[in-house]
Unconditional design. Structure first.
Length: 247
């Protein structure tokens, strides 16, 4: 049993107002919400700080929670939703980004089940193999390494694990891209929002490094279905529009 929360901000540096970007006549975040409803989650909530997003979704019957606009991250927004909803510490919450209208439902179920079956972990998340050298060296593609049982050891924008010596543009078979789909325990969300930024988190601009810094276990597995790209740029938006126009 788990909940899904979709954090959706109006502001976006690379694509302003992208949560409301039109796809097939409806805002993008509507399609994310619709996708989440296909899962077995006991509740689906959109968390926003903008009345325009609330209005756009409420007409479709979505449950929308208004959250503090000062939150520095989507994780902090989830923590507030957990407090407002009164969810107990053991509840599992899946964080589905508001710019992922093509996220497979099977992956939502997978990331929730991964946390539910590992009670010692605070977070679960997904990854996928990297085959392209350009992706391996791209700072926008977050890489992750894990141990033999699937506990994340480090996340980085740098190419890890790095082959020693002359690589000849070879991508290690162990290279994995981190997919930004998470499941959290509510107890972790409450603690996370009260913790100060960790040194490596600040260097890499990756908030999951705060969890590792404070000793939390993150379980990770390769996604059971391929994850199409989310929407960060206008080009991404046009690509998603083209895919969804055929559906």
């Amino acid at each position: 049993m788990y909940h899904i929360v979709i954090p959706a901000r109006y502001s976006s540096t690379r694509l302003p107002a992208k949560a409301l970007a039109e796809i097939n006549g409806k805002p993008m975040v509507y399609w994310v919400w619709r996708q989440a409803l296909q899962s077995s989650a006991v509740s689906v909530t959109v968390a926003t700080d903008d009345e325009r997003i609330r209005s756009a979704l409420s007409v479709h019957g979505a449950e929308v929670v208004m959250t503090d606009p000062a939150h520095p991250s989507g994780t902090d927004r989830l923590a507030e939703v957990g407090r407002l909803k009164g969810w107990d510490d053991g509840s599992v919450v899946v964080n589905l980004q508001g710019d992922e209208p093509l996220m497979p439902v099977a992956n939502l179920e997978q990331v929730a089940e991964l946390l539910l079956t590992h009670p010692e972990a605070s977070i679960s998340t997904l990854s996928e193999p990297i085959s392209s050298y350009s992706a391996f060296t791209d700072p926008a593609v977050v890489k992750v390494v894990s141990d033999r049982v699937g506990r994340a050891q480090y996340f980085s924008r740098a190419p890890i694990p790095q082959l020693r010596g002359d690589t000849n543009n070879i991508v290690p078979t162990e290279a994995r891209r981190h997919i930004g789909l998470y499941a959290y325990r509510v107890s972790f969300l409450r603690e996370f929002s009260s913790r100060s930024v960790a040194p490596y988190e600040q260097l890499e601009s990756l908030e999951q490094l705060r969890a590792l810094h404070y000793g939390h276990e993150i379980r990770i597995a390769d996604a059971c279905e391929t994850v199409p790209a989310g929407v960060d740029t206008l080009a991404d938006l046009e690509a998603v529009r083209a895919i969804m126009a055929d559906r």
